[in-house]
Every structure is written in structure tokens, then in C-alpha cells.
Design a protein around this ligand. Structure first.
Ligand code: AG3
Length: 277
């Protein structure tokens, strides 16, 4: 039989790539916004690939989706209304809806084809998109955030990398609009790339958030399919400090990565990352 390998250039033109042995290509489509594929891989199971970049896999998606959701939701004492910008696979929504306090979770995804493909091929990840507490809105996140003031307790930016359609989801202009879309004690979190390979990106995002939010923190999680294997997230908060949460009060939840101890530990940064931000 013929061996098929997917090669992901981890940093365009910088000489690093990751390869995955592929069993089958389930879908390949040029959408209105990007080149989309769903493939079944030997080691990570089915994966969503956008413009050649692995976005999420059945095997390791839990790390990213738990951390991007439970850190802000267990920092805010009573999150009721949550917005996810991007995140069309629905993984963050699945984790958000594990919180009983949440009355409504809006997913604002620009590319309807991503939502449809994930519903069909990645049901383990997208399963909560049909929950009555979830509203799926297909549209531009930048515009959506501008049009909703003082409305969300938590806003999660689950974007692709800061090029092409996602470029505007990184940086001060967008964070200002996010600040205004949050309630007076709201919290925002964004996936903010790899400090090892993209220190300048992480530094800029962090300083842009810091210029707007009274509390700004960086946390890390180990994600095998992302470049460097160790990924950053930036929290901007109006009031509650995610590092000051009383972790003895965090209730038990069905997770595979997040624990109250991890909530504390993920903010402890290696020296080279502290020097980045
Ligand atoms: N979030 C994808 C994070 C960026 C991954 N970047 C990379 N591998 N270079 C969207 C998928 C999870 N919902």
C-alpha cells in the first residue's frame, strides 16, 4: 500500500515541518475563505486542516479546548453569557456548556463550511453546537464584537494564526472592542501562538492586551500538534485575576487536562517566556 504523509510547514520559510501519516482524506474543499481539509491520521485520528495548518485533532483537542474555556470560566465567579470568536469546530462551546451558570454561548464563526464539515466529520468535538444554550452566528467576529456592547461575561478568541482572515483578531484595535463588548467584570482569553518560534507575536499581543486590560496574564499548555508543542494563551480581565482564584472552591468537572492545580500551575512560566512578555 502507498504511504501518505501530510507535511505541515510549521513556520513558512523557516525550515521546520511536522509530518503525519494519513489513512484517508475525508474532505477537501476551497471555501469562501480558506483551503479546508478533514483527514484521518494514524496517530491523532481525524484532524481539521485550514490553509495547510492543523487546527484540531480528535486525539489532542481536549488540551486546547479545556484550557481556553475553563481558565476564564473558573476565574469569573458567575459567567452567564459567553462569546466564542472563531472556533467553528465547536470544541470550546462543548467545554463552556459544562458550566451550569452559562445561560447562553454564542459562536461567531466567519466560515460556515468549517461548522458544517466539523458537524459531519468531528461530532466528538462539535456535539454541543446543537445544544439549546448555544447560538451559532455565521459572520465576521470583528464586526460582531463592535456591535455588541457591555454584553458578555467571557469572550474567547479561538482563531487561526495571525495571517490572512485572522490577522485582525490579534492586536489593540480588536482588544479595545472586546473590552467594550464585555460586562464590567468581564474576562477575555485568546490563543496567542508559540513563544518559542514566534516571540515577537506573543510579545506584541501581550503588550497590546496589557495596554487595555487592568489584569493581563499569559498561560501555557502542552499541545502535541501545535508548533513547539507548548502553546500560549493571553488573558485580559477587567477585575478578576486568574492567578488569584481560590482553587479549593473549584468544583469537580469532567476534564482530561484541566484541574484546579493546573489552573495555578499554567501561569508559572519558564524564564525564556517571562523574558518574551
Ligand atoms: N484554533 C487554532 C489555534 C492555532 C493553531 N496554529 C497552529 N497550529 N499553527 C482553532 C482550532 C481549535 N478550535
Amino acid at each position: 500500500a502507498m504511504d501518505m504523509w501530510l507535511k505541515e510547514m510549521q513556520l513558512e520559510g523557516e525550515g521546520v515541518a511536522m509530518s503525519y501519516k494519513i489513512k484517508e482524506t475525508l474532505l477537501r474543499k476551497q471555501t469562501q475563505y480558506q483551503d479546508m481539509a478533514i483527514v484521518d491520521s494514524e496517530v491523532f485520528g481525524r484532524m481539521l486542516i485550514l490553509d495547510g495548518i492543523v487546527q484540531t485533532t480528535i486525539k489532542d483537542e481536549f488540551v486546547y479546548h479545556e484550557m481556553i474555556s475553563h481558565i476564564p470560566l473558573f476565574t469569573h465567579p458567575n459567567p452567564k453569557k459567553v462569546l466564542v470568536v472563531g472556533g467553528g469546530d465547536g470544541g470550546a462551546i462543548r467545554e463552556i456548556l459544562k458550566h451550569k451558570s452559562v445561560e447562553k454561548a454564542v459562536l461567531c464563526e466567519i466560515d460556515k463550511d468549517v461548522v458544517d464539515a466539523c458537524k459531519k466529520y468531528l461530532p466528538e468535538i462539535s456535539c454541543a453546537l446543537d445544544d439549546p444554550r448555544c447560538e451559532v452566528f455565521i459572520g465576521d467576529g470583528i464586526k460582531y464584537v463592535k456591535e455588541h456592547k457591555n454584553e458578555f461575561d467571557v469572550i474567547i478568541v479561538d482563531s487561526t494564526d495571525p495571517f490572512s482572515i485572522a490577522e485582525g483578531l490579534f492586536g489593540g484595535n480588536f482588544y479595545k472592542d472586546i473590552y467594550e463588548a464585555l460586562t464590567e467584570d468581564g474576562i477575555f482569553v485568546a490563543q496567542t501562538e508559540t513563544p518559542f518560534f514566534l516571540p515577537d507575536t506573543v510579545r506584541k499581543v501581550f503588550s497590546d492586551a496589557k495596554a487595555i486590560f487592568p489584569v493581563t496574564k499569559l498561560f501555557m499548555a502542552a499541545i502535541p500538534t501545535y508548533p513547539g508543542g507548548y502553546w500560549s494563551f493571553t488573558v485580559g480581565s477587567k477585575k478578576y485575576d486568574p492567578t488569584q482564584v481560590d482553587i479549593t472552591k473549584i468544583p469537580e468537572m469532567d476534564t482530561k487536562y484541566y484541574t484546579p492545580e493546573i489552573h495555578k500551575a499554567c501561569f508559572v512560566l519558564p524564564k525564556y517566556i517571562k523574558e518574551v512578555i
